[in-house]
Write a protein that binds this ligand. Structure first.
Ligand code: GLN
Length: 253
């Protein structure tokens, strides 16, 4: 039987707009296929080892929570997260989590929050908040049955820019995305996926959930190829309805 361990980093501090739903979606979509899942919560002062999990989730938080976490990160977790990213562990980081994985975050009032420096991206806080529903198109999710569209919700003042070794997750069709200027949303580096999308992201977008589970199983079980499909009729109907409402058209799924 396959097994995966998910680590939820700072669940008590980084958990906005239903971010915890991402853990539930990963767990349920594994369990429905007979894959056993263990969820480990790791917060301030808890030990954290990069080889003890298959998927790491870091949610969003306000500047205040991010500033609390920066001290804990410097006590060892920073290096452990960098090692996890470099070694190709599967990581999903949302909003504040995305910002923390980057090189630095300079807030709208000029404070620098020390970050992990695991992904070549950086963030400057703006005077306006970028708020609303978001739809973006991911090439890596597209196939003959799926349009690659991901839907969610964003609320951030930070504007993020990507360095040369980091690819965006997708192209924004509705909303602001990384910075509201270059038309991109999210970041991919190795098996680390960073996004501004809350709401919860994974329950609304099962194709992305399965993509992350597949990568984690391939890491842990070399030779693993693909997941058996699930009946996603309800999830697809919900996703299609929200995309139709936001875009004013039918998605092709
Ligand atoms: N504090 C960050 C910002 O406002 C992140 C907010 C969030 O995670 N939603 O840019």
């Amino acid at each position: 039987m396959y097994e995966l361990t998910i680590c939820h980093l700072y669940p008590d501090l980084l958990n906005l707009y239903g971010d915890r739903g991402n853990i539930i979606a990963l767990t349920k979509r594994c369990e429905w296929r007979g894959i056993q899942v263990r969820v480990k919560q790791v917060s301030l002062n808890d030990p954290f080892r990069p080889d003890e999990f298959d998927i790491l989730f870091i949610g969003g938080g306000q500047d205040y929570e991010q500033s609390i976490i920066q001290d804990d990160l410097q006590k060892g977790k920073r290096d452990a997260v960098r090692e996890a990213v470099e070694s190709g562990r599967v990581i999903l980081a949302v909003c504040g989590g995305l910002q923390l994985l980057g090189r630095y975050y300079r807030t709208h009032d000029g404070k620098d929050i020390e970050c992990i420096g695991a992904v070549d991206l950086w963030t400057h806080g703006g005077q306006e908040r970028l708020i609303g529903n978001l739809v973006f198109e991911c090439e890596f999710l597209k196939n003959e049955h799926f349009d690659g569209l991901v839907a969610g919700f964003e609320n951030h003042s930070g504007k993020t820019w990507l360095g040369p070794g980091v690819k965006p997750m997708g192209r924004v069709l509705k909303g602001f995305g990384l910075n509201g200027e270059d038309g991109f949303e999210g970041a991919i580096y190795r098996n680390t996926y960073c996004t501004y999308t809350h709401g919860s992201l994974l329950p609304k977008n099962p194709a992305l959930t399965d993509h992350l589970i597949t990568l984690a199983l391939r890491n842990r079980y070399p030779g693993f190829e693909s997941l058996e499909p699930l009946n996603d009729a309800f999830e697809s109907a919900a996703r299609d309805a929200v995309i139709k409402r936001l875009m004013g058209k039918n998605s092709s799924r």
